[in-house]
Ligand binder design. Structure first.
Ligand code: SF4
Length: 210
């Protein structure tokens, strides 16, 4: 275990805020390793302040080849909402673009509509849809929120879109062509784009696409 709050892949910065996640997805990279490439992502100690994260970011900033910073990591970033917002605020003020890779459960985690709080701080929200209905979602994710999870994910994405955040859903191609087609129908009805990610066991490739 280590405390890699910030790591880079191909010159892009990724922010790793927490180990916590309310899902246990069948395809999660946490099932097959402890990190991405040679970077350990399980945190021995989660950051207690934005400053801790930003200090780590400032060290790697001169090496970056991309102006996009991704909140991603091994847990769900919205589990650390206040630190996420504070870090994003500083990054935006410094001219970076921000992307949030999320399971979309942030409203349930925090007990409120967090999309409004992310406005102006997050440019792109990439939300894991996983499948097209609550039962199918639960089968993949084993979410602690049970059947409440899927409608909350959809609602969160709609709220992000309404806040002007560039919002996209993702699914992993292992769900099969029929379910992907149903997901496409749902996404079209919501006017939110869908990106189908190829499942690859290689953590490095997976993490880049999360
Ligand atoms: S939501 Fe993301 S971090 Fe959580 S179990 Fe699923 S894939 Fe892993």
């Amino acid at each position: 275990m280590a405390n890699n709050y910030v790591y880079t892949l191909d010159g892009k910065a990724y922010i790793n805020l927490t180990n916590k996640c309310g899902n246990a997805c069948s395809f999660c990279i946490r099932n097959t390793g402890d990190g991405v490439k040679d970077v350990a992502l399980w945190l021995e100690r989660e950051p207690q302040s934005a400053d801790e994260v930003l200090t780590a970011f400032d060290k790697i900033a001169p090496t970056l080849k991309s102006d996009e910073v991704v909140f991603c990591g091994f847990g769900e970033p919205t589990e650390a909402l206040e630190i996420l917002k504070a870090v994003a605020r500083r990054l935006k003020a410094s001219g970076y673009k921000t992307r949030l890779n999320t399971n979309g459960l942030g409203n349930l985690v925090n007990g409120k509509n967090i999309a409004a709080e992310l406005k102006g701080l997050i440019d792109v929200a990439s939300v894991s849809l996983n499948n097209y209905n609550a039962q199918k979602y639960l089968e993949i994710t084993s979410s602690v929120y049970g059947l409440r999870a899927f409608p909350a994910v959809v609602e969160f994405a709609e709220q992000c879109k309404a806040q002007g955040i560039d919002t996209v859903f993702t699914v992993v191609d292992t769900i099969g062509a029929q379910d992907i087609a149903r997901c496409r129908e749902l996404c079209e009805s919501l006017s939110i784009p869908l990106r189908v990610r190829e499942y690859v066991a290689d953590n490095y490739k997976n993490e880049q696409g999360v």
